[in-house]
Design a protein. Structure first.
Length: 236
């Protein structure tokens, strides 16, 4: 088998203590998506949006990578061909677990973006509507994350990788957010074998040739062990 392309979602970081959209008691449950994750919500109440992402940034900064993140890094290091990791997550747990060249299609909590001039720079721990862009001086600073209704980053690169994949694996994704939910169809059309690894079946499970259900720290670690003969590592 040749090139592997992996899409990861919130489910891979859940066991590191970062909530998913579906969590009943997580950050998302206390806020409307329309209020904190859309350009319109930011225009209405930038203070609320900054407060929400400040909390997410602080939570992510204290979260450790788990065994699934580390397993994917081992796969990158031990596979004889390319292993491309595309993530919908805005945390840096893949990199903390040792992965390289991760494609963050939804941006990162570690980045700040000027909505006026497009300049990007490292985000401070706490952001506010009063922050000024270091390039243009405007008070138009926002988190460098992709909100609902916006085009994800690096789509041309991602589509090229999907077209060349021999195996496409989706880990911890809900199948509810497009265009990522359509990646399995793109990979299948290009002739790739497709595998879903989730805690429970996603909204697009029917599109995958193979499914492995269970927590990411088990199913991903076992899958990597199957591929490269690596011994599953206990988390912690």
């Amino acid at each position: 088998m040749g090139k592997i392309v992996i899409l990861t979602g919130a489910g891979i970081s859940a066991e590191s203590g970062l909530g998913t959209f579906r969590d009943a008691d997580g950050l998302w449950a206390r806020h409307s998506i329309e209020d904190v994750a859309t350009p319109e919500g930011f225009a209405r109440n930038p203070s609320l949006v900054h407060d929400f992402y400040n909390a997410r940034r602080q939570q992510a900064a204290s979260a450790p990578p788990n065994a699934a993140h580390r397993a994917l890094a081992r796969l990158q290091a031990g596979w004889r061909n390319d292993v491309v990791i595309v993530t919908q997550n805005v945390d840096a747990l893949h990199e903390a677990g040792g992965a390289r060249d991760v494609i963050h299609m939804h941006g990162t909590l570690a980045g700040a973006l000027c909505a006026a001039c497009g300049h990007r720079w490292p985000a401070p721990d706490t952001m506010s509507p009063d922050d000024l862009c270091p390039r243009c001086g405007g008070a138009s600073t926002r988190p460098d994350v992709v909100w609902f209704g916006e085009m994800p980053y690096h789509m041309d690169r991602i589509m090229d990788h999907l077209a060349g994949a021999d195996l496409f694996a989706a880990i911890g994704t809900s199948g509810q957010v497009y265009p990522a939910a359509g990646f399995v169809q793109e990979a299948s059309a290009a002739g790739a074998h497709t595998l879903e690894m989730t805690l429970e079946a996603s909204d697009v499970s029917f599109g995958f040739a193979e499914s492995r259900l269970g927590p990411a720290t088990r199913v991903v670690v076992d899958w990597v062990a199957d591929l490269i003969g690596d011994e599953p590592a206990a988390d912690g």
